[in-house]
Design a protein around this ligand. Sequence first.
Ligand code: LLP
Length: 439
Amino acid sequence: FGTQEINRDGHLYIGGIDTKDLAREFGTPLYVYDTALIKDKINQFKKAFDKHEGITWQIAYASKAFSTLAMIQLVNEQGLSLDVVSGGELFTALKAGMDPKRIHFHGNNKSESELAMALDARIGAVIVDNRDELELLERMCAERDQQIAILLRVTPGIEAHTHEFIMTGQDDSKFGFNLANGMAQQAVQQALQAAHLQLIGIHAHIGSQIFETDGFTGAIRVMLKHVNKWTRELGFALNVLNVGGGFGICYTEKDRPLPITSYIDAIVETAEEECARYRLPLPALWIEPGRSIVGEAGTSLYTVGAAKTIPGIRNYLSVDGGMADNIRPSLYQAEYQAICANRALEPKTNKVAIAGKCCESGDILIKELMLPETCSTGDLLAVFSTGAYGYSMASHYNRIANPAVVFVENGEAALVVRRESYEDLIRYDVPLKNLSPNI
Ligand code: LLP
């Protein structure tokens, strides 16, 4: 992917830098991001929209996929909008200098203090998820005598073909207002009456890692059918149709994502068709890609440690990271491709399982991987496509410190997240003053 290449000595280079040098300088485990590829993905989305004349669009990077100051700065510099889902993501965005007008706030249980933070910062839009939030937000805005643009999140009853845990658009979902049973219509009515909320549109996110366009087009059809009804019955004017994120990427050769233009063409054309059918003006089209912007740009580097062969059963190679820096294999049975980054040209004749170092049998990063026979202790393993939901879902299980993150481009590396130290791990611990039972 991107600027990854293997040079003559069999070393993997990313952004023009030998991964062996990156490991030496920054240590392992290490998240390496190829920023040229991030920018390339962003451009693919922009170009895909630009091709269609007469439409207004916005791309909001879903920062849950990977949020750090440097990443948000990059996103801001590229002119994208930003989707945040918590006070922490909002704080990161504001600290990174993101234009608040281009921030959209998501979440099914935003607290009053998180909403206050959003209102203080005068962010662009809140995507309201439920009735309690609608009422809370109107009350807060009334008290502050402030207006805020909102979108209502709806569930269009579309089941995207993906893992159950990352499927979000179906009727039985914790997210959003149900379209089928009239909950959404009621919410529209209520929002239209709320003096301090400007209802600018609706939002749906049907799932993640999606390889087909029919989930998106189906959701658009359902949403616009309802919008048509609300336009006639409630005088609602749809300015924004937000279809969420979920565009699939390649983890292994089994994954066959569509070109970005195919998703965007399908979204734009379906919205145009359906609006023409109902004689509705075409709204601005918003999307919220996360994984497809950063996923393939990220590579995790590990150092190989213990090697064990159970004759006739399996060969294990253990690495110095695992489920603490990438929970996806154990949480979603996610599959990854990897190579021995310093022996990339040697024949792959040895079938191994890549084990993480956590005290948990399920901490296996890759169940079956072909590696050179010689790949052993001290070698470097590069796991590809770990840029989305790796660092952002990292944990401290087993009191493992979070790895560092570097951005690489044009032969230069910039450290963007420092490696945590042991001291960092106990930073918030408050020791007992004495060991008496009356603490
Ligand atoms: N918009 C909304 C409202 C979302 O809920 C999500 C993802 C996105 C956008 C971005 O979706 P993406 O383009 O990244 O697929 N932790 C899981 C993924 C959870 C996705 C949750 N929502 C994973 O590691 O696969």
